[in-house]
Design a binder for this molecule. Structure first.
Ligand SMILES: [Fe+2]
Length: 201
């Protein structure tokens, strides 16, 4: 593993984020999902850029790294914690927050503490932070999908995970509310923008 200095609030360049994904992902199949989410988030971000200021660099890097914890585990919750731990250790606090807060579109303090995170809310707050879980929910593996299909798939794949299932409706409500808001703001469906980007993957 490469050695890096730890700073309080470094942000990653696109090249550095790609380097981390290469280093920890080692070409595994799950990294395709990460690149697909990053590119689709960038597409949505550039359309949204007509209406508000978007930090495109942070959006792409955070979207790329949201699932980096899968180098440790594919558990539907714990991979977010593993990514949070890794990026916090490396000094990338903002991207680390996205790793934790993309889980179920946000964890409340008591839920975070239950899984060993600091006992505070890990909820996506900025538009960039909220775009990551939304677009994540619109990409199954590396293929664009809809919220309907993705949540049905998540429910099926995690049928034995009571905690995850008990929070899934809340996650869906958060994703739908945010997507509706963006659809109205830009006058076209986010699902269509992601589907169009998917043809370029
Ligand atoms: Fe994830």
């Amino acid at each position: 593993m490469m050695c890096r200095a730890i700073a309080a609030e470094m942000t990653l360049s696109r090249n550095e984020a790609t380097g981390l994904m290469v280093e920890y992902g080692r070409g595994a199949a799950w990294t395709k999902h990460c690149f697909a989410v990053a590119d689709a988030a960038a597409s949505v971000g550039s359309v949204l850029g007509c209406c508000r200021v978007i930090d495109q660099g942070f959006l792409w890097s955070a979207a790329l790294l949201h699932d980096i914890g899968r180098y440790v585990t594919h558990d539907p919750i714990r991979h977010g914690l593993a990514g949070y731990d890794l990026l916090t250790r490396l000094g990338y606090g903002q991207e680390a927050h996205v790793c934790a807060s993309h889980i179920l579109f946000g964890l409340e303090a008591c839920e975070a503490a239950r899984f060993g995170l600091p006992a505070r809310d890990f909820v996506p707050r900025t538009v960039e932070e909220r775009l990551v879980p939304l677009v994540d929910f619109l990409i199954e593996n590396d293929t664009p999908t809809t919220l309907d299909r993705r949540f049905a798939s998540l429910r099926e794949r995690n049928a034995d995970n009571d905690f995850f299932l008990s929070r899934l409706d809340r996650a869906r409500e958060r994703a739908e509310t945010f997507m509706r808001q963006l659809n109205e703001e830009i006058g076209e469906p986010i699902e269509a923008i992601v589907a169009l980007q998917g043809r370029r993957f």
